[in-house]
Every structure is written in structure tokens, then in C-alpha cells.
Write a protein that binds this ligand. Sequence first.
Ligand SMILES: [Zn+2]
Ligand SMILES: [Zn+2]
Length: 438
Amino acid sequence: MKRVLWLAAAAMTVPTPSGAAALSDAIRADMPQLMTLYRDLHANPELSMQEVRTPAKLAAEMRKLGFDVTEKVGKTGVVAVMKNRPGPVLLIRADMDALPVVEQTGLPFASKVRATARSGVETGVMHACGHDTHITTWLGTARRLAAMKAQWSGTLVMVLQPGEETGEGAKAMLDDGLYTRFPKPQFALAFHDAAALPAGVIGVTNVYALANVDSVDILVKGVGGHGAYPHTTKDPIVLASRIVMALQTLVSRENNPLDPAVVTVGSFQAGAKHNIISDEAKLQLTVRSYKPEVRKLLLDGIRRTVQGEAIAAGMPQDRMPVVSIREGEYTPATFNTDALSKRTLALFQQHFGAERAQATPAVMGGEDFSRFWLADKSIESLMFWVGGTPKAKWDAAGGDPQKLPSLHSPFWAPEADTVISTATEAMTLAALDVLKKS
Ligand SMILES: [Zn+2]
Ligand SMILES: [Zn+2]
């Protein structure tokens, strides 16, 4: 298989060895400035759809590079366009939001920012998903491509997206005319830093790469009363417990075992005191799949199971449980199109070597980058991974990601200079390949 890819790579137009070295050197020269930006972004994270400082700063940088910049697309997004002779339109996206996490990395530039989350709770804020590496790479790539205009032909649409973590930002930008007010792409690229790969290793997943993610709330109503007299009540804790157990069979008994699926009950809250039977219990679920039909099977199955268990518990009609699917937070599965995935993996393997550029399996995480492709499936689309776990830590853990901080962990501290320099080089190469002069 590797041999085939190598042969395919050899047949393509790629930078000559001297060109490739020149690109690495140019990125190395950019790195001090890029790392200053990275540390600034890391110390000043902003929550989803509340990004103000970050887009303003990046918009100014993109104007300096000669891009035609539009701000406040999809509330706080930035679109920066560079037209450079006839050719394809390429969209390169970075997401810019941080998470309500109290940073515990101990880094000298660790975030001390606090903000009010949408829930109304005051929280620490941290770039715990590494979107600060994405933003910095986005600028680093724009800088290289602006400097190398003689080597490509086409239109570059650089998209800085808000609100990825809440699944809103890509949709907000598309709803605000991303494909009508700006050149519509034939190609879309993005990358994500990865905790499950050592720093500087690139992963490319073909076809489904990340899952459909649904958040589901179940309000289990009961008839409350004294714990000593259960026969006068309808106990929502017992009913909710039955529901939790019954939901386990959706994946194990109803779903085709060859189709990945996850139903996790991540929160179960009920009751206040030993001797009171509560009048409600609340469940929160994350539900994951790749195929639309599997998503439907799971969501329909949850509704049916909840209803059925309530009937079995003898719940009166006016106290039936309520299942709410948070449509606003849904992120569809991310699909990497076959041709672009294969072509880009071959390109990366030729440039970085097969050790540093690998085919990686799909995961059940979620990403709203998927929406840029779903809005028009004729687009060729790819999101690749760039490993961020420092090599020494990776080796000490025996390459077992379970022993290491994951994305969203308060301890996630990627080896940022390696992630940013590798990702900038990879993204620039992929862009030059798509926009190569005919
Ligand atoms: Zn995340
Ligand atoms: Zn992320």
C-alpha cells in the first residue's frame, strides 16, 4: 500500500527539493513572530461566539498581507480573500474559540482569563483544544502564500471561524452568506492538533473522519413524596435508572455492529435528600455516529425507549418524560473526500516521509468543519491532524494516548512550535498543490 502511494506521489508536481527546503527555511524564519502571536492568543482566549479580540487582531494582520478582509461574518467570523489569476477557489479554515476550562498547564503564558459562560456560570477560559495553534497556522500559511503568489494561481478564501466548540460557528458563517457573498470554494482544507499523535506527525483519515454528535436532554418526571411511602409515588430515579440501562441495548442489540455508534449518559441528576422521592430526574447524553441512518436509529430509539420505560413504570400520561435533542448544538459527521485525502497524504508522505505522514483511523469526536462540505458536496474537503504531544512524553507513555492529557484537558499543552511549523508547512504545500499553475 505504501509503495503504491509513493509511486502516486512521484507522479505529481511537487516542489523541487530546493523549493521544499526554501519553504521550510521561510517558515523557520517566520516562527519567532508566529510564536509571539501564539503565546498572546493562548494567554487571551475567548469563549465560543464571544470572540472579539482574536478576530480583530487577525483581520488586521491579514490586511497587512494584502487580503481583502471582511469582519463579523456569522457574528464574529473573518473572511480574507486573495485573488491571484484564474484557477480554483480554495477555502482554508481555522476555528478560534476556547473552552470554559481552568488552565492547569503551569505554562508561563497560561491563561488567567475568566468569563461568564452562556449558562451564567463564571469560569476560567482556556485554549484547551489547541485552536490557538490553528489560528497561528492560518496566519502563517496566509503569510507564505502571499509571499509565494508567483507560484500559484487561483483564489484563496481564508476563513477564521467562531464557535466551533458549541457547533454553531460554521453554520452561522454559511447562513451569513459565506458561499454567496464570497467566492465559492471547490476545495476546503483545515487541520486540528492531535493529542493521540506525537508532535510533528501528520495524520490523514480518508472518508468519515469525525462523528455526528448530538446532545440529548431527558427530563424524567415522577410523582414525588416521602421515601417511607414509595407506593404513593412514582420514583423518577428508578425510572431514569431503567432508561439508562435500556439505552445500552441501542448500540449493542439494535445497531449493525459494523457501523460505529456511541450512546453515553454523561450526566444523571436527581433528588435532594435521603428520605424524599424526587419528582424529577435529568439525564444528559452524547450520541455519536457516522451515517445519517445510524443517527436516526439512535435518536428514534432513545425516544421510543424512554417512552416505553415510562409506560412500563405506570407513569400517568401528564407525567411522561420529555426528550429534547439540542439541534442547535448538533455537529454533522466530518467527511474527507477520497481524492483530496489520497492526493494530500501522498504529497505529505513524499515531503515529510512516511514516518511523519500517516493514514490514521477515524475517531468519534466531532467538528463543525463538516458543514462546509455538507453545504455543497461537490467540494473536495479534508481536515488533517497534526500531533502535538511532546515526543519525550509520548515515549514515556509508551505511545498510549490514554496515559496522556487529551484535547479539552486543563493539562493539554501541545508542543506548539512543532505543531505550528509542521501544520504551516503542510497546509502551504497542500494549498500550492491545489492551486498549482496549469
Ligand atoms: Zn474541542
Ligand atoms: Zn477543536
